[in-house]
Design a protein around this ligand. Structure first.
Ligand code: NAP
Length: 503
């Protein structure tokens, strides 16, 4: 088996071992890392939850998860056999100190077996209201004292507003150092998102153009065909602004907007992202009225199936004021971006599942071609497609072949499928490997989370206190509320989409 990196022995403790996140994402990611030679030579995965299970039963549960959700399909019998020997289970109620005694015994057994330098990763894949119980008991039992070797991974949501995010940061900071805390935003682990950094900072031709002098506006659009499904209980207390814009979309905006880092140190990159957030224009009441749009879906059709409206979803209040769609126009008030609008939108039960970043360049200063030649004139566009298509396309004007001078837009495309034969890892594979190697670059620092909340709090408060009178205001399967079209049309633009792929 290939061993491309030399990692210290590692114990990974997963709180919420029987939960959806572990079965869908973490277990497949750990198995794929193992299958591709990226796990340490010595490792132990200890799943924990209240349910009484023995190791064999837990391994069976995980294998079912991997078989259903892994990007590589069903497990290879031999590889699973050797991988699963390292998988164990401890029944733990995180609210009960006594069960941490047993967990400590299990961890200590592996620490002794693996020897000096063993690292321990505590992955908090449980509901956030259990974070305090876990943090308190890990500290009480001195299980995460070594700041070089013990790491805590915290899942989203990181707070539900600025106050709760600050509280959670305080709680963690009292017991662990910032160096130990890995706040996950899985979007940052996506291959195409990481490639934006390579594209921006490893190519010289872009930098001179990457500013207000050449860029007209930017769009970041993360749309989903799925509705809230079984997550109505969670989602109804959250909404699109908190669930998507505060974290994933603002982080994408930071990667597009950041200055060139001096190097790739985690704090250098995160400093540059924080600078973008600091430069973002705060929202006045008037800005909220004109520069934000919220929506909620009513029943409609998705891929030929009729779907219910949001207020009829399981565990959602009949008069819910929660937005399932949000569009916001942001400004970054600094030298590079002054006056360039960043339009951001996200929503559920929309016409397409896609994550697109579009950079529209300014028009040429003078049109030399006659109107007839340039009937399909289009300003240059750079479209970064994160999913489902993974590609970067530069749309330029070209001359159509023939004796007449007729121009039309053509795409110069770099797509992963056509360029590489190797499959891209899942975001959780990249991020779990980063945790094991101690690289915090793609994880949110405390100040990053708080400043993103600070920016959005006027909108969160306004939407919460002032019930929408127009909800539900878009049909499932559409592109969202009409006001979202108006938000961008007022400035003379429209939302870009890519044609649906045939797969
Ligand atoms: P879930 O399916 O409800 O799983 C919760 C887990 O916590 C179960 O293993 C449950 O097992 C365990 N648990 C509950 N109470 C416990 C207690 N007192 N002591 C010990 N264990 C306890 O939730 P999930 O979907 O996996 O989500 C977990 C976290 O990840 C949440 O913060 C969520 O927001 C976040 N997240 C999830 C996803 C996803 O795709 N699912 C994506 C992004 C973020 P027992 O009932 O047996 O104790």
């Amino acid at each position: 088996m290939k061993t491309s990196i030399n990692l210290s022995p590692t114990i990974i403790v997963i709180f919420g071992g029987t939960g959806d996140l572990n079965l869908r994402k973490l277990a497949p990611a750990l198995y794929n890392l193992y299958a591709e030679g990226y796990m340490p030579e010595k490792f132990a995965i200890i799943g924990t939850a209240r349910k009484p299970l023995n190791d064999e039963q837990f391994r069976g549960t995980l294998m079912a998860g991997v078989n259903s959700f892994s990007r590589t399909g069903k497990v290879d019998k031999d590889k699973w056999g050797t991988f699963s020997e390292n998988v164990h289970y401890n029944s733990v109620d995180v609210k009960d100190s006594a069960s941490f005694d047993n967990l400590k015994v299990t961890i200590d057994k592996f620490k002794d077996e693996f020897g000096a330098g063993t690292q321990i990763v505590f992955y908090l894949a449980v509901s956030p209201d259990l974070f305090p119980s876990i943090a308190k008991r890990l500290a009480k039992f001195k299980m995460a004292e070594n700041e070089d070797n013990c790491r805590i991974v915290v899942e989203k949501p990181f707070g539900k507003d600025l106050d709760t995010a600050r509280e959670l940061n305080e709680l963690l900071k009292c017991r662990f150092t910032e160096k130990q805390i890995y706040r996950i935003d899985h979007y940052l682990g996506k291959e195409t998102v990481q490639n934006i950094m390579a594209f921006r900072f490893a190519n010289s031709f872009l930098e001179p153009l990457w500013n207000r002098n050449y860029i007209d506006h930017i769009q970041i659009s993360v749309t989903e065909q799925l509705g809230v499904g079984d997550r109505g209980g969670y989602y109804d207390g959250s909404g699109a602004l908190r669930d998507m814009i505060q974290n994933h979309l603002l982080q994408l905006l930071c990667i597009i907007g950041m200055e060139t880092p001096i190097n790739l140190d985690a704090d250098e990159i995160r400093d540059k992202k924080v600078d973008v957030l600091k430069a973002m224009r705060t929202f006045s009441a008037e800005d909220i009225r004109f520069n934000t749009v919220r929506g909620q879906y009513t029943k409609g059709w998705i891929k030929g199936d009729e779907v219910v409206g949001y207020r009829s979803e399981k565990d959602v209040a009949e008069d819910s004021n929660t937005e399932t769609f949000a569009a916001v126009k942001f400004f970054v008030d600094n030298w590079r971006w002054k006056g360039v609008p960043f339009y951001v939108r996200t929503g559920k039960h929309l016409a397409q599942t896609s994550s697109l970043i579009t950079i529209q360049f300014r028009d040429v200063p003078h049109h030399v071609f006659p109107g007839g030649a340039a009937e399909h004139w289009q300003q240059n566009r750079l479209i970064i497609s994160i999913q489902p298509e993974m590609s970067i396309r530069l749309q330029v004007q070209g001359k159509r072949p023939g004796l007449d001078m007729i121009l039309n837009p053509v795409d110069m495309v770099f797509d992963y499928k056509g360029t590489y034969t190797t499959e891209s890892p899942e975001a959780y594979e990249t991020l779990l490997l980063d945790v094991m190697t101690g690289d915090q670059t793609q994880f949110m620092r405390a100040d990053q989370v708080e400043i993103a909340w600070e920016l959005l709090m006027p909108v969160v408060n306004a939407w919460e206190t002032k019930k929408s009178l127009s909800f539900p205001n878009y049909t499932a399967g559409s592109w969202g509320p009409e006001d979202a079209e108006a938000l961008i049309a007022r400035d003379g633009f429209h939302w870009f989409t890519l044609p649906l792929s045939k797969d």
